[in-house]
Design a protein around this ligand. Sequence first.
Ligand SMILES: NC(=O)c1ccc[n+]([C@@H]2O[C@H](COP(=O)([O-])OP(=O)(O)OC[C@H]3O[C@@H](n4cnc5c(N)ncnc54)[C@H](OP(=O)(O)O)[C@@H]3O)[C@@H](O)[C@H]2O)c1
Length: 234
Amino acid sequence: MAPVKKNVLITGANRGIGLSLCKAFIARNYNVFGSVRPESRDDPSVAELRKTGASVIEFDVTDESTIAAAFDSWGDKPLDILINNAGAPTRPRMWDEVTAEALIDKFRVNAVGPFIVSQIFMPALEKSKSPKIINIASNAGQIAANKDGKYMAYKVSKTALNQVTRSLGMQMEMTKSKVIVAGIHPGWIPTKLTGMTGPDQMDVQIPKIVKTIESIGASQNGGFMDAEGKIMEF
Ligand SMILES: NC(=O)c1ccc[n+]([C@@H]2O[C@H](COP(=O)([O-])OP(=O)(O)OC[C@H]3O[C@@H](n4cnc5c(N)ncnc54)[C@H](OP(=O)(O)O)[C@@H]3O)[C@@H](O)[C@H]2O)c1
């Protein structure tokens, strides 16, 4: 009998790191589900995602009702890996351009979004034998490593995401859940989010990230690591 394919759901799957992760998991014989925002439905990037063979699911991580509707259509199947990848851009850059709206908007997409998606999809994760929640975090969220203060709203939101990873991981452990939660900094890769800047290469980073995701075990629960699985300071 052919082995049962694992199900992976990747948010923000129509471009950048999300799209590349979809392609990599399909190549490794997973059933891949990629989420796109309803407002981006007609963007050419969504057609590109469909071409990969991924099943496309629509929700906006800032709109709980759309996530709940997506979960209703998920059905009874287990969710083996949830990758909270959707993220809002790094700008504005300097402190005097940062507004309350910018702080709140980044926080909603980059910290609240991954938590609410995880919470809503938890019943499907609990149906898996070895469920994992992977938050695509960032070294921009590291407090002690912050030497220039640029991109404050983005940094604040990614610091909060690290606390979501840690807190949810600890709660899973305390309640003896099988669900493992970890944050991965993917590297600095040219994408729309970074304004196509960055010294790392997508085709080098993605295989490392996939290997790390597959190898993460209970001892890394609540942790924050780089693409190769090396533990990073919060
Ligand atoms: N690239 C890097 O160097 C780097 C470094 C560290 C961490 N990261 C993290 O990696 C993740 C992916 O970023 P990327 O670099 O691949 O950027 P990207 O190419 O700009 O992709 C971002 C994705 O997130 C989606 N998204 C944004 N807001 C959303 C919302 N409210 N609901 C649902 N989806 C939403 C976007 O959808 P639309 O197409 O509809 O906008 C897009 O699919 C982010 O969490 C980012 O913070 C990236």
